[in-house]
Design a protein around this ligand. Structure first.
Ligand SMILES: CSC[C@H]1O[C@H](OP(=O)(O)O)[C@H](O)[C@@H]1O
Length: 347
């Protein structure tokens, strides 16, 4: 049973607080948009697809008790969406989900302008639809990615792209989970992924929990592991894919891609279509989240750097499409040149 990053329980969302993993499995009830904003911003719920579904529930939570006119309700929808949109800037799923919810609200309002209750109830149904869709999308990404895996393969990954980052079995880790289910023995090298250690804390935990062989390594050890022929395939996730195939993903991904190129290791990105942003021509336009410097100067609340030191802490970086072998989506794997293939997929 894959772990549940987020679910809906009657009258609130429930999330597994990922800041507590791997030591504690603490579930939090989220009953307001403000609480969902905080959960997204603090990475209690994280990963592009999971953030999208979380934002959708957050928007519903912000309007479910509204009792004004339809005009006021739609204004409230926009206001809550605007607030949630400020939680994190890079994962396009957040904005994709909020736009989808705003569009659905207007569809329902147009269908029955006198019944705001239809809008409120319809928004919960739309958020639940996104949750179910993500489960199916992950499964399909897994099945397409499975075609790349062979017994004995050693796969390197960065950050966390499993069930914790999605609502299903994951994106880049989805093929690994399906291979394991089918008795195809592969092993994973998981970059610890400084500074928030999603690899050490989350990927290692998910894979161990599933009985999949996982070896944890420092981010700086990935290149030399590839240099000595220790990696057969790199699989990573995405937070935003530009129209030309440039990919924003957890910081450190572009270094892994450079090493993979240098040492002839295939480098694949797993990305649902909801993470593809055709509105951006290249990765240079992707907003990169800068986070609090204390994430770098402290580990587990213990300071490891001198007081006052300047910190550069981008949460993501952009891998140019020329370093990417292929992009695994729920509609198949696309190879360079990406532009036309991505437009065809997203049509
Ligand atoms: C399947 S999306 C996973 C993606 O999201 C992660 O970022 P964060 O942990 O900051 O939400 C990372 O970039 C992963 O590749």
């Amino acid at each position: 049973m894959p772990v549940e990053s987020i679910r809906w329980d009657e009258d609130h969302a429930t999330i597994l607080d990922q800041t507590r993993l791997p030591h504690e499995e603490r579930y939090l009830e989220i009953a307001s948009p403000e609480a969902m904003f905080e959960a997204i911003q603090r990475l209690r719920v994280r990963g592009a697809p999971a953030i999208g579904v979380a934002a959708a529930f957050g928007l519903y939570l912000g309007v479910r008790d509204h009792r004004g006119t339809m005009e006021d309700l739609l204004r409230q929808v926009d206001e809550v969406a605007g607030m949630l949109a400020r939680s994190r800037p890079t994962a396009v799923n957040l904005f994709w989900a909020l736009d989808r919810m705003k569009g659905r609200a207007r569809e329902l309002a147009a269908a029955d302008p006198a019944e705001p209750v239809q809008v409120r109830e319809g928004l919960l149904e739309e958020a639940l639809r996104m949750l179910e869709e993500d489960r199916e999308v992950c499964q399909r990404i897994g099945l397409h990615g499975l075609r790349l895996l062979t017994p004995g393969m050693r796969i390197l990954t960065h950050c966390n792209t499993g069930a914790l980052a999605t609502v299903g079995i994951g994106t880049a880790l989805a093929p690994v989970f399906l291979a394991h289910e089918r008795g195809i023995a592969v092993e994973v090298y998981a970059d610890e992924t400084r500074p928030l250690l999603q690899g050490a804390r989350l990927t290692a935990w998910e894979l161990q929990r599933a009985g999949i062989p996982v070896t944890l390594l420092c981010d700086g050890a990935a290149a030399s592991l590839m240099a000595r022929g220790g990696v057969d395939l790199v699989l990573v996730g995405a937070d935003r894919v530009a129209a030309n195939g440039d990919v924003a993903n957890k910081v450190g991904t572009s270094g892994v891609a450079l090493a993979a190129q240098a040492y002839g290791v295939p480098f694949y990105v797993a990305s649902p279509l909801s993470t593809i942003d055709l509105g951006l021509a290249t990765g240079q336009e992707i907003p990169i989240e800068e986070r609090d410097g204390r994430e770098v100067t402290e580990v587990g609340g213990v300071r490891i750097a001198p007081e006052g030191v300047r910190v550069h802490n981008p949460a993501f970086d952009v891998t140019p499409h020329r370093f990417i072998t292929g992009i695994i989506t729920e509609r198949g794997i696309v190879h360079p040149p990406f532009e036309a293939a991505l437009r065809e997929l997203v049509r």
